[in-house]
Design a protein around this ligand. Structure first.
Ligand SMILES: [Zn+2]
Length: 338
């Protein structure tokens, strides 16, 4: 899922998204709640109509954003008091309130409100936080039931930092609540990559295999390839879009930094194996020029390519899985991307 925090995948026009195989986007409860405000979006017909996107939308619960502004918030059992990073105004979010907000936005997939622990985090703190998140998950589930007509879904989120034992207990609590999809949160927050994969290896087999498993906020192409092998079905990450704006392009042969002098007269497309609009029409030399000149089109074309690259890769992955040859491809792809 490409990330559309503010109701837009930065630089891409909604009607073009389907051309590059975008099937679902992620938007952000916290940002939309603060600006333009949920009432405005609800009055204007919900988020789909507001941003003119008729495909599925997953909204995160805002937990991650609230907790990343550490000095601006205070947590208690009931919820989180925090100040807006925009104007300093005070706010109070509860698990029930966050479900109501996502209902008002019209999210197709909503997420429970959870506390996202930073890294590093002591075992004691991770346990306390995970237990709070599980009590909040129950409250979200109960609130959701009041309006659930089966047309949309609320996903649970596994927490427990880097401690497999806490992750296991978190999964047990969530299984009691019977969520139609399960996410793994609290990873990719600064822990070493090996540690992230250890947690995934221990946690993923505990999740129901007949429901989507969503790894939040991950990651590089290699991360996605490896995580799929462990059983992950869904991802979101700002990397393809953010890196595009910084002139970093993902290709089938690894990353390229388009500002580098070696591309000054390079007529080849960013990725010869990619068939996106950018790769069909423009050279590395032109993209380098746009980037160095600070032209807006640089971000537009780079983003079109990076999002296409990620989604093409996922499409390829689905095909290899269908043909039962994922293991073979995994090895080759991992090597090419090194
Ligand atoms: Zn491309």
């Amino acid at each position: 899922m490409p990330v559309a925090s503010q109701g837009t995948i930065k630089t891409l026009i909604p009607e073009e998204l389907k051309d590059i195989n975008v099937n679902i986007i992620l938007s952000n409860t916290y940002h939309l709640y603060l600006r333009p405000g949920v009432d405005v979006i609800q009055k204007l017909g919900g988020l789909h109509r507001f941003m003119a996107w008729d495909g599925p939308i997953l909204t995160d619960s805002g937990g991650y954003q609230v907790f990343s502004h550490r000095d601006l918030r205070r947590i208690d059992e009931e919820g989180v008091h925090f100040r807006s990073h925009l104007d300093g105004s005070p706010h109070f979010l509860t698990p029930e309130g966050v479900v109501d907000i996502q209902n008002a936005l019209g999210s197709d997939i909503a997420m429970v409100f959870d506390e996202c622990t930073p890294y590093p985090c002591s075992h004691v703190d991770a346990q306390k936080s995970m237990e709070l998140s599980m009590r909040w998950a129950r409250r979200c589930r109960e609130r959701w039931r009041l309006s659930d007509d089966g047309s949309r879904a609320l996903f649970g989120i596994v927490q427990g930092s880097v401690y497999p034992e806490l992750r296991r207990r978190s999964v047990e609590e969530l299984l009691k609540l019977d969520f139609p999809g399960m996410a793994i949160g609290g990873l990719s927050v600064g822990e070493p990559r090996d540690e992230m994969f250890e947690v995934l290896e221990a946690t993923l087999p505990l999740l129901p295999s007949d429901r989507p498993r969503y790894l939040m906020g991950v990651g590089t192409p290699q991360d996605l390839i490896r995580a799929v092998a462990l059983g992950v079905d869904m991802f979101d990450c700002v990397l393809p879009t953010r890196n595009a704006r910084n002139g970093c392009l993902f290709t089938s042969q690894g990353r390229i930094l388009i500002k580098n002098a070696i591309y000054a007269e390079d007529e080849s497309p960013p990725d010869p194996e990619c068939s996106c609009g950018t790769c069909r029409r423009y050279s590395r030399a032109y993209l380098r020029h746009l980037f160095l000149a600070g032209e807006h089109l640089s971000a537009v074309l780079n983003t079109q390519h990076n999002v296409s690259f990620y989604l093409d890769m996922m499409k390829k992955i689905r095909e290899f899985i269908e043909f039962n040859s994922y293991g073979k491809w995994l090895h080759l792809a991992d090597k090419a991307l090194e």
